[in-house]
Design a protein around this ligand. Sequence first.
Ligand code: ACO
Length: 286
Amino acid sequence: MNFNELKNVKVRIADGIAWVSLNRPEKRNAMSPDLHFEMVDVLKELAEDTAVRVLVLSGEGDSWCAGQDIKLFFRDLDDKPRERHLARLANHEWRWTLLSSFPKPTIAMVNGYCFGGAFVQLFACDFAIAADEALFGLSEVNWGILPGGLVGKVIVDGLSYRDAVYYSMTGEQFNGKKASEIRLVTQSVPAAELREKTELLAHELAKKNPQTLRTIKESLRLVRGMSVDQAADYLLAKEREMRFLDTERGREQAMTQFLDEKTYRPGYGAYQRNEDAGANQPKESS
Ligand code: ACO
């Protein structure tokens, strides 16, 4: 895929980090159908790109994402059922299906406005670092519409019920510091430090065992909807799956280094990775 041909999305890959940004700054990165189509292609491409260990989702200019493009995504498609259907599919596919199950860690780097529909991809990311100055709002109520398209679901699942109700019924704006206080984002930092802090976290994640990270995120997302018995069984099965798929046999390396060689303490940091340690183990068959 030639990323240079994209019109609504920018992709730069450096040092294992894919920097993906919505690229409609003149419209505050509001999401048009074409942006949705491009993001589906981008996420599919990056998922299995071995040069990518972490994905950062940001926005060009002074906005992260001003929600759906009210003209291009809604009004212009009102009388075009086929186009509307395809745009809705793509919109859901990248913002939820592909992003929440992306096989590598994902970080939302919230550099500015984050409104309405943008909350879906915000919650789909594993981490969110916001500028203190970023502005958030569940502005749907101000349009006379529902926080639909999954927004109502992700806020009830991800925020306290009190905060979900308060912000969706008042539409009140809040900044990055408040977003951190209500745990909408992982951390809020001054805008001048946003890129540096995001990069630090991305590099930290890039050093860890990729199969372990993938299994942790898959497991934590899914156990939320399970009973205790289901979760216990599922987590055991996931642990076994992870050991089978872990091409560097991290568990064995870690045990040897901790118990026999006494060269590391897992409480203080990761084991010394040898990425080729499991080169001869059996491959997953379809
Ligand atoms: N849909 C369509 N166009 C948009 C959107 C949007 N969601 N957001 C901004 N734009 C456009 C503006 O119409 C304007 O276009 P123009 O230059 O052709 O007039 C351009 O982007 C710049 O926007 P301004 O309003 O001039 O920028 P400002 O910095 O003053 O304000 C803000 C930014 C606060 C984001 C404002 O544009 C706004 O309130 N946008 C709507 C945000 C929103 O409610 N999103 C949720 C939509 S509902 C949903 O997602 C389901």
